[in-house]
Design a protein around this ligand. Structure first.
Ligand SMILES: C[S@@+](CC[C@H](N)C(=O)[O-])C[C@H]1O[C@@H](n2cnc3c(N)ncnc32)[C@H](O)[C@@H]1O
Length: 243
């Protein structure tokens, strides 16, 4: 199993530290988008975490199963109303096999980047394709690499600078690595956490999908189907398994 970066200490503060992502203005359009694609079928979330998306999606009548490496994150999900009713597999979403097939699989909030090699990201696409019903969809929400913001020779981009939190993305331009470093003031002390990841352009993900037998159906700049443009900082991509 890969190293679990979302252990007890991170899990305990996850919802609070990502409060902006729990805003109904963020969760609502995400759930609308996913519920529409599920179309009454079942959904598989890769990296279900504390249930930020899975729980409201389940409340919309979608049967959701999750995969996650972190027992600590899943314990927070289980403690929430409805959290006991979702199926969860503790495992690596690049390789884990779950019973049944799904109309929809999805991985949000850059979590595909947690797979730190191209080989593992490509394996994840193959694993998803194997879990999808014919005509089923795979949805990925991921950042567009911010290389245009990196002056020549530099490797670090600040993404959040407030009195309570400093966040820096550190790029490894040779290995396509992107490690997010967080320095957070908690009870007057500094907590430090780093999350290694691998960035990829949308086109590279298209090739992974193609190699897994899926084709691009839609690409948007956000969950409200904003156009994907040269200025988009994130993309929401939908690949389809042939019917
Ligand atoms: C940024 S959190 C996102 C959680 C949730 N999807 C959300 O949007 O709030 C990433 C989650 O993916 C899980 N994760 C990271 N790498 C994983 C892997 N290889 N296999 C399974 N889960 C993984 C982490 O444990 C964590 O719960």
């Amino acid at each position: 199993m890969p190293e679990n970066r979302f252990g007890e200490r991170v899990a305990a503060r996850y919802d609070e530290s990502c409060a902006d992502r729990f805003d109904p203005a963020v969760v609502g359009p995400t759930v609308d988008f996913l519920a529409e694609l599920a179309g009454g079928g079942a959904a598989l979330e890769l990296g279900i975490g504390t249930g930020r998306i899975a729980l409201p999606l389940a409340r919309r009548g979608v049967r959701v199963h999750g995969i996650d490496l972190s027992e600590a994150m899943v314990a927070r999900l289980r403690a929430k109303p409805g959290g006991d009713e979702l199926g969860v597999t503790i495992g690596d979403f690049a390789t884990a096999t779950v019973d049944g097939t799904f109309a929809l699989a999805y991985v949000v909030f850059n979590s595909l980047m947690n797979l730190v090699t191209q080989e593992r990201q490509a394996a994840c696409f193959r694993k998803v394709a194997a879990h999808l019903e014919p005509g089923g969809c795979f949805v990925v929400e991921m950042m567009v690499p911010e290389l245009q913001r990196l002056p020549a020779g530099e490797t670090v981009i600040p993404f959040d600078v407030t009195p309570e939190h400093l966040g820096f993305d550190e790029y490894d331009l040779v290995a396509q690595g992107l490690t997010s470093h967080h320095y957070t003031i908690v009870d007057g002390a500094v907590e430090v956490a780093s999350f290694p990841g691998r960035y990829a352009w949308p086109a590279e993900l298209d090739l992974m999908a193609q190699l897994a037998g899926m084709t691009l159906r839609e690409r948007w700049g956000g969950w409200k189907r904003e156009p994907f443009t040269a200025e988009s900082r994130d993309h929401v991509s939908v690949w389809e398994k042939p019917a």
